[in-house]
Design a protein around this ligand. Structure first.
Ligand code: URA
Ligand code: CA
Length: 434
């Protein structure tokens, strides 16, 4: 087989066979096929697309390029949740202990990464002593015992995707639905999930800005999952503004605690119940989505969801008393209010920009060597549709430095007021099962 012939085949809009896709991915992973040929191929895919069969084959070739996590020693159906990213998305912190509380095993592999705030692991490190440096055996034991545990990302998961994603990043080929869908799904499948619930974000703060694009991505991923034997469904949810109120590491852990206690923000609570009920249903723990939702609501009401979080934290070395006293987590030295300059209704909270403001405070990493300040961030006081009077606080800034004028300036540009009434955005747009 010659790579040049395969590039030509895709360039002319023809379908690559399973063997051809495997040849490409194996050759790229071991270095026998160079970047320049693969970049020509990804550009051809960008223009010509891939069939459903090609997408499934690409995904599985990438899965096989590295380690595959074996979760077969964990009892029950392992359901993983993946979010396509957003600002202040606290769902993972809530969903782990919440679905575990109704008996669904959550074996989470997570990373740190770049972004407006840290990843799930960074956030949890706001709890003193908490660590994810556990070996596979301990990880499996913990999930069997407590139904939830989290482990750091294995170094050799989907190396083909790592290389391909980096190449796409510099060749203007990230924005291709078949390539995005297979990239995301390969990582979930290699991490050992039996079933997958996807939270595809849509709106200004999301990777996919329009509902049409979000639907296309959701359908592509759902089909890949189901075609390779992992039950998969997607929820398309709003990211036109940040989810919940808190954006920051310790601040989001506190928000997760509030939500598990039944006192969290309405939108975050609702999205967690929606995603959670799909996870519980796919795990076979309820006969209907309604029944699954009721189980989760009960776990919040009777305290078992919060107890599950305590057990999860202490099993991995964390000081679980933060659940009753969140002030034991790192606290910012200063707080400032961002006051409305006029009366009106909040019409826009540009999630990306608000996220960048949190990063300027130190809540996220700008480069992979940056050190995160776990204490700092933002807590919104108003969301889209809320009425405000001049002087009301729009949000609170938690900072470890005193001069936040640049942060305030950025925030004023990203929160818009209108003199007319504005409706709150729809939270869950669609649910996609095939
Ligand atoms: N996220 C991924 O993991 N892969 C992509 O291709 C795009 C977003
Ligand atoms: Ca949040």
């Amino acid at each position: 087989m010659r790579m040049v012939d395969l590039i030509e085949k895709k360039r002319d809009g023809k379908e690559l066979t399973t063997e051809e896709i495997e040849f490409i991915i194996n050759g790229y992973t071991d270095g026998s096929i160079p970047d320049y040929q693969v970049s020509a191929l990804t550009m051809a895919i960008y223009y010509k697309g891939m069939t459903e069969r090609e997408r499934a084959d690409l995904t599985m070739s990438m899965v096989k390029s590295g380690d595959q996590i074996d979760l077969s020693k964990i009892e029950g159906v392992k359901v993983d949740k993946h979010s396509t990213g957003g600002v202040g998305d606290t769902t993972t912190l809530v969903l782990g202990p919440l679905v575990a509380a109704v008996g669904v095993p959550v074996a989470k592999m997570s990373g740190r990464g770049l972004g407006h705030t840290g990843g799930t692991i960074d956030k949890l490190e706001a709890v003193s002593g908490f660590h994810v440096e556990i070996d596979n055996e301990e990880f499996i034991q913990l999930v069997n015992k407590n139904k939830v545990a989290i482990i750091g990302q294995s170094g050799n998961l989907t190396p083909a995707d790592k290389k391909l994603y980096a190449l796409r990043d510099v060749t203007a080929t990230v924005d291709s639905i078949p390539l995005i869908a297979s990239s995301i799904m390969s990582k979930k499948i290699a991490a050992g999930a039996d079933a997958i619930v996807l939270d595809v974000k849509t709106g200004a703060g999301a990777f996919m800005k329009t509902l049409d694009d979000s639907r296309e991505l959701a359908q592509a991923m759902v089909r890949i999952g189901n075609n390779v034997g992992r039950q998969t469904m997607a929820v398309i949810s709003d990211m036109s503004q940040p989810l919940g109120y808190a954006i920051g590491n310790a601040l989001e852990v506190k928000e997760a605690i509030d939500t598990l206690r039944g006192e969290g923000p309405e939108d975050l609570t609702e999205l967690c119940l929606t995603l959670g009920s799909h996870m519980v249903y796919l795990a076979g723990k309820a006969g209907s989505h309604q029944e699954a939702r009721e189980l989760l609501e009960t776990a919040i009401k009777d305290g078992s969801a919060l107890e599950s979080f305590r057990v999860f934290l202490s099993s991995q070395g964390g000081n679980a008393s933060v659940v009753d006293d969140p002030a034991k987590m790192p606290q910012a030295k200063y707080t400032f209010e961002l006051e409305a300059k006029e009366d009106g209704y909040v019409s826009e909270i540009i999630a990306d920009e608000v996220g960048t403001a949190a990063m300027l405070l130190g809540a996220g990493r700008a480069t992979k060597d940056s050190v995160i300040d776990l204490a700092v961030g933002l807590v919104l006081k108003k969301k889209i549709g809320d009425k405000v009077s001049k002087g009301d606080s729009l949000l609170t800034i938690y900072s470890n430095f005193e001069d936040v004028s640049a942060v305030k300036e950025k925030l004023y540009k990203s929160i818009k007021l209108s003199s007319n009434h504005v409706d709150a955005p729809v939270l869950v747009h669609e649910e996609i099962t095939k």
